[in-house]
Design a protein around this ligand. Structure first.
Ligand SMILES: [Zn+2]
Length: 318
């Protein structure tokens, strides 16, 4: 496998994970292969989640999660989350990772809707500190299909996720927030554009869930215009993790590179790296089409937009 060659100098991945499953050397080898300047590790609430950043403080940004106190959660009292957020920032995290918008996660941890009063003190403090947040909100539209064995049909509908999103943004319009996985709005770009227009500090990242790649390939001309219009609001990301093989991690990054930089027609490099034939997206098609974006747009999407979101350099560790 060849190291990926990009059309721009600085590529920052806004969305990678270190899941403590493989040796650090493997993770570093992945990041060398995909040829990033920097990467943002979205961590869980494990105590050693700053280790990678401690080893390479110029290479890694790190976002951390705030744990939930079961008693206060049950009582609906979220005031304690202000202190947790202040602690997180003081420890040298660059931002907050939130899973509280993912329906299956919410069911497991019994957290309320993100526009519930439980979260209000947290949102207010996040705006006051202007701290960056990356949030997993909703899930791909086909997760709700009743034909799926693991169907979400018994959970909140996807529309409810979007209602909550809009409610929080309306109440806190200056939130510095990135919604992961294109906010799962690949199938409805006009609606995502409407949110971008109304909420100037919200962004999305391109981490796979590859759903959006399929829908964005339905009409490449319209998608290309969308990316050019919203060139400041879309962040390159992959969901690469230490748990990926070199082939799989390379396939994820290379697939998004082909989509952004070239006008090629191709099929899923993720499936190929996993040894599977190309499976159709939920739009029913297997072909993906590149956008061949102008280099000044690539420069923003592939790196500068993350810097605008989370800072020119990772925050110093105390
Ligand atoms: Zn992820």
């Amino acid at each position: 496998m060849q190291q990926i060659q990009w059309m721009v100098d600085r590529v920052i991945d806004a969305h990678v994970h270190f899941r403590h499953r493989e040796p650090v050397e493997h993770f570093n080898a992945i990041l060398d292969l995909v040829n990033y300047a920097q990467a943002n590790i979205l961590t869980g609430w494990e105590p050693n989640s700053l280790d990678r950043k401690r080893e390479q403080p110029a290479r890694f940004y790190t976002f951390g999660m705030l744990p939930h106190d079961p008693t206060k959660l049950a009582a609906g009292d979220g005031a304690y989350r202000v202190g947790l957020l202040e602690d997180l920032v003081a420890k040298g995290y660059d931002g907050v990772k939130m899973m509280e918008g993912k329906p299956a996660w919410r069911q497991q941890f019994k957290t309320p809707a993100i526009d519930d009063d439980y979260f209000r003190p947290f949102w207010e403090k996040a705006v006051a500190l202007d701290v960056p947040i990356t949030m997993h909100m909703a899930d791909p539209v086909d997760y709700w299909w009743e034909s799926r064995p693991d169907s979400y049909c018994h959970l909140d509908p996807q529309e409810e996720c979007f209602r909550q999103t809009e409610a929080v943004l309306t109440r806190h319009p200056n939130l510095r927030i990135t919604f992961a996985h294109f906010l799962f709005m690949g199938p409805q770009l006009n609606r995502l554009g409407d949110l971008f227009a109304r909420f100037p500090t919200m962004r999305v990242d391109m981490a796979l869930a590859d759903e959006y790649l399929y829908y964005c390939s339905d009409d490449p001309e319209t998608t290309r215009a969308f990316f050019i219009t919203w060139q400041d609001r879309i962040l390159y990301g992959t969901d690469i993790s230490d748990h990926n093989s070199l082939q799989l991690a390379h396939g994820k990054a290379e697939m998004i590179r082909l989509f952004l930089e070239t006008d090629q027609t191709f099929t899923s490099l993720r499936d190929k790296a996993s040894g599977n034939p190309p499976r159709p997206g939920s739009n029913g098609r297997t072909e993906l089409h590149g956008l061949a974006l102008p280099v000044e747009v690539l420069d923003k999407v592939l790196g500068r937009n993350f810097e605008s979101f989370a800072g020119r350099m990772p925050a110093p560790l105390p």
